[in-house]
Design a protein around this ligand. Structure first.
Ligand code: PMP
Length: 449
């Protein structure tokens, strides 16, 4: 192999080179086939190699790929923003286009802070988030993220925002009902707001279903309804980070729709363009846009590639595809089947403490002791071992390790394209089972479980 100068996640490691993809499968140049059991990073939600998207991409490229948003709009972005306004709940009608989930959450943070400035309340400039959370890798987004592993090296440089613990039903106190647990977790937000002072708090940000830092952690019913009440009571904006959960992934158009809650700002990424081009968005309410329009008249954010027609045309084709093939409904149906199959694995295999998820966003959490739910030390990298074993068997799954020693265990996310069939889910489960059994055996042989 010729020397590679690409900076890869693990320096010095060789990665297979991919040649093409079709549907849920990816093929490398050696001829190996992989089931994309996690849609990459929960991204390729309509599967690989979709002709319609390639055609839309080419058609737009022939006309014009790039215009700068300070100069022009384009049909593609106008149409996409209109479609998103139709998809999004409540008065979330305005879209600020960006190119990654991190840019989307940073932009949401900035718009929230600017909103309060325009209202003449500039001290409302802090964001409350949750310890089990991931909102992106750039400094502003990382400041709002609880993902300890990703924060560690940069902690002194991050904004010192307060954080609360989010609900984690698998590890809730045993003597507490789910209803009271949901309320107790949500009420932590009220305590945090009062501690900091409502006049200092601009917004609260949360993922409807926790992704990379916990692994498809679904909140109990009532949690987000109570969060919305608290935000309203103290005039705190609610930002729903739907970068992972948006555009049908959880079996509804957006994660918050499961609880009928309407945020003030919502971020999208990943499934919005399903990996065909970088594309992400911050969707904003009428009230916020009207306030800023009457005030300074301009949002202080934006990137060179914001609102480029090329990515907008691709995203539009992806959303059309999702609608045409009813993939939101499919995610709900097939996701229920996937979760049922994962729960069977959890019943069978001692290494799996919990199988959970919503729609096509599912996870397995590995534990040292199923009865006590004792997690593995993160240094043992059990989730990583399962991912590696699955990879060797031709199955891709995604890590969800928040890095909170003793609190959040090792989990892996299983989130295939929303197009996956029942037979393909069976195929995925068979490989996953083999991978978990292999790691379980290895740990038993070393007397680690
Ligand atoms: N928010 C959430 C909920 C995410 O899952 C991610 C990515 N895992 C991000 C933000 C950051 O997105 P990106 O990697 O595209 O910057």
């Amino acid at each position: 192999m010729t020397k590679s100068y690409v900076i890869k996640p693990e320096l010095g490691k060789e990665y297979p080179v991919i040649s093409h993809g079709k549907g849920i499968y990816l093929y490398d140049k050696e001829g190996n086939r992989y089931i994309d059991g996690s849609s990459g990073a929960v991204t390729a939600s309509i599967g690989h190699g979709v002709e319609e998207v390639a055609e839309a991409m080419y058609a737009q490229a022939k006309e014009v790929s790039f215009v700068y948003r300070s100069h022009f709009s384009s049909d593609a972005v106008e149409k996409l923003a209109t479609k998103l306004a139709e998809w999004a709940p409540g008065s979330l009608n305005w879209t600020f286009f960006v190119s990654s989930g991190s840019e989307a959450t940073e932009t949401a943070q900035k718009i929230a802070i600017q909103y309060w400035q325009e209202k003449g309340r500039p001290t409302k400039n802090r964001i409350i988030s949750r310890w089990m959370s991931y909102h992106g890798i750039t400094m502003g987004a990382l400041s709002m993220s609880g993902h300890v592993l990703r924060r560690k090296r940069f902690t002194p440089l991050l904004a010192d925002y307060p954080a609360i613990t989010g609900p984690y039903p698998y590890r809730k106190p045993e003597d507490m009902s789910l209803e009271s647990y949901a309320l107790a977790c949500a009420n932590e937000l009220e305590t945090a707001i009062l501690r900091v002072g409502p006049e200092q708090v601009a917004a609260f940000i949360a993922e409807p279903v926790i992704g990379a830092s916990g692994g498809a952690v679904v909140p109990p019913d009532g949690y987000f309804q109570r969060i919305r009440e608290i935000c309203d009571k103290y005039e705190v904006l609610f930002i729903a980070d739907e970068v992972m959960t948006g555009v049908g992934r959880t079996g509804k158009a957006f994660g918050v729709n499961h609880w009928g809650v309407v945020p003030d700002l919502m971020t999208l990424g990943k499934g919005m363009s399903a990996g065909y081009t970088p594309m992400a968005a911050t969707i904003v309410s009428d009230e916020i846009i009207e306030t800023i329009t009457k005030g300074s008249g301009s949002i202080m954010a934006g990137h060179t590639y914001s609102a480029n027609p090329q990515s907008a045309a691709v995203s539009l084709a992806v959303l059309d595809y999702v609608e045409k093939h009813q993939l939101v409904e499919k995610a709900a149906e097939q996701g229920a089947y996937l979760l049922a199959r994962l729960k069977e694995l959890a019943d069978e295999l001692p290494l799996i403490g919990d199988a959970r998820g919503l729609g096509m966003l599912c996870a397995l959490e590995f534990v040292k002791n199923k009865q006590t739910k004792e997690p593995f030390a993160l240094s043992q990298g059990v989730g990583g071992k399962v991912i590696q074993k699955a990879f060797e068997k031709g199955l891709l799954i995604y890590p969800a390790m928040g890095g909170i020693e003793g609190v959040a265990g090792d989990a892996v996310i299983i989130s295939p394209p929303l197009t996956i069939t029942t037979e393909q889910i069976d195929e995925l489960i068979a490989l996953l089972k083999e991978a978990v059994i292999a790691v379980q055996q290895e740990l038993q042989d070393k007397a680690l479980i």
